[in-house]
Every structure is written in C-alpha cells, then in structure tokens.
Ligand binder design. Structure first.
Ligand code: HBI
Ligand code: FE
Length: 276
C-alpha cells in the first residue's frame, strides 16, 4: 500500500482486507491455533469471551469492518487501521476517543515466536478482545486521556510503565488461579507459558506507584508481573489526577525490572489442576 499518499493526519489508513494473500492468512491460522491451545486454561475468562463475541477464529485475518460492528455495539470502541507505531500524541488521541489503532501487516512465517513491532496478530488477537469488556474498555479510554495529560507534564515515562505492566503484561487473580489478560503475553506462546508456570519471574500485587517507578524489558520475557484482582481495581486506580503522583515520583529512583522491595506483596502461582 502507498502509505504516504493514504495516511491521514490521524495516521489512519485503509486495511485493504482483500489484499491479504493465502500466505498471510496461513500465518494468522498458525498463530491462532497455537494460542488457542495454550490459552484455554491460562487466559482470563474476559479475554476468551471477547474472542468468542467478536467471532475471531483461525480461519482468516479478521476484517476490521466486521469486528467494528460487534465492538461498537458492545462498548462503543472502534478499530482504526494504522501503518505501524504512531506518535504518542496520536496514539493517545485515538484511545481517548475509544478508537484502537491496529497495524494491518502480519509477521513473516520465520517470525512466529518473536517480532519487535506490533503486527495485526498482536493488535487484534492480543488487544481487541479485552475491549469488549466494558470496565476494561473504560480503563483504556482513561489511559488515553491520562496519556495526553502526561505528555504535557513530561511524565510519559511513568505512565507508559502502567500500560506496559497492565494492558501489555497484566495478570489477574481468579477463583481458578492466576490468568493472563495482557496482550503482550496472550500473543506470545512462550510468554503465555512462562508468565504463569515459571518460578523465575516475580508476581506482585498491583501497586500503581510501584509500577510507575519500574523499568521494563522490551527484548525478553518480563522479570516481574503485576497482578490485579479486578478490572475495576485498574479503572479506579486511574481516577485521581496523577499530577501530584508524578511530582512525588521525581524524588524516587527508578527500579530495575527484577527488583524486589520489602513492601512488595508476592502472589502465589496457585494453579489448581496445572499440569506437572
Ligand atoms: N502506536 N500503533 C501503535 N501502537 C502502540 O501500542 C503504540 C503506538 N504509539 C505509541 C505507543 N504505543 C506508546 O509509546 C505508548 O503506549 C506509551
Ligand atoms: Fe500492544
């Protein structure tokens, strides 16, 4: 696609669903099938419900227009197609208006396990199912509004960590044990297993200020995951004005991704029925 001539001021493009070849749909199918197997007893029930409600299947890369029919009716969110990573201000402006920017391209077959940039599998399979949940949908909008504000306050590095440790790599406690809702995890086979089954990473109770001090890794599985009890807990945490929080954070040193503090509350893996 000729991006330059088709990119609007808000960076949106047209998905061109008919332009995907059989090879592109085959990559989607492979990724979808692998994750369906791994996630059946690992993903949050709300994520699995979102996949079902949207009728996202292994068959083909979804047509955003069809997803939007369901999504708009469910929570008033819409997917807009973008060519890749968009500038922070543009990204937040979309989220603040309940538009989720999704890339269109799909990774190559040799990139099944790792890709640096978000692709359509990460964005659609990973992110969009949670937007069917009304509380999570409100949290994402609040994050967009907070992002615009953080930009103006020079504190985006703090707020970006909240997105990373919740939207991208969040875990939730359920009666059946820990479950995954973070898109960076659900779109990765290796991390879907590691995040719940490995003894290596820390699993810590959600703590807003703690998260906003913590650096993260973009090149490997996470050294720490933060666990929420409910999506309401997440949304409620974003209600206050963060201006005084950002001011307070300037007096605290950043924490390494694998740091452990005396004040941290470790959460047991607690997976009844987990395979040996
Ligand atoms: N653009 N398409 C896209 N997707 C993202 O996840 C994204 C982005 N631009 C900026 C951005 N994320 C981040 O810098 C913020 O979440 C902090
Ligand atoms: Fe993402």
């Amino acid at each position: 696609m000729d991006g330059a001539s088709q990119t609007a001021a808000d960076y949106t493009v047209v998905q061109d669903w008919a332009g995907y070849g059989a090879d592109a749909h085959a990559v989607w199918r492979t990724l979808f099938r692998r994750q369906a197997t791994v996630l059946v007893d690992r993903a949050a029930p709300e994520f699995l419900a979102g996949i079902a409600a949207l009728s996202v299947t292994a068959d083909a890369i979804p047509d955003f227009r069809r997803l939007n029919d369901v999504l708009d009716r469910a929570t008033g969110w819409r997917i807009v197609a973008v060519p890749g990573l968009v500038p922070d201000a543009i990204f937040f402006e979309h989220l603040a208006n309940r538009r989720f920017p999704s890339t269109c391209f799909i990774r190559r077959p040799e990139q099944l396990d790792y890709i640096e940039e978000p692709d359509v599998f990460h964005d659609i399979f990973g992110h969009v199912p949670m937007l069917v949940n009304s509380v999570f949908a409100d949290y994402m909008q609040a994050y967009g509004q907070g992002g615009l504000k953080a930009l103006g306050l020079g504190s985006l590095h703090n707020l970006a960590r909240l997105y990373w440790y919740t939207v991208e790599f969040g875990l939730i406690r359920t009666p059946a044990g820990l479950r995954i809702y973070g898109s960076g995890i659900v779109s990765s086979r290796a991390e879907s297993i590691y995040a719940l089954d490995s003894d290596r990473p820390h699993r810590l109770a959600f703590d807003l200020m703690r998260i906003m001090r913590t650096n993260y890794r973009i090149d490997d599985v996470q050294e720490s995951y933060f666990v929420i009890d409910s999506y309401a807990q997440l949304f409620d945490a974003t209600r206050p004005d963060f201006t005084p929080y950002y001011a307070a954070l300037r007096d605290h040193a950043d924490l390494a991704p694998g740091a452990l503090l005396a004040s941290d509350c470790a959460i047991a893996r607690d997976r009844p029925g987990a395979r040996a």
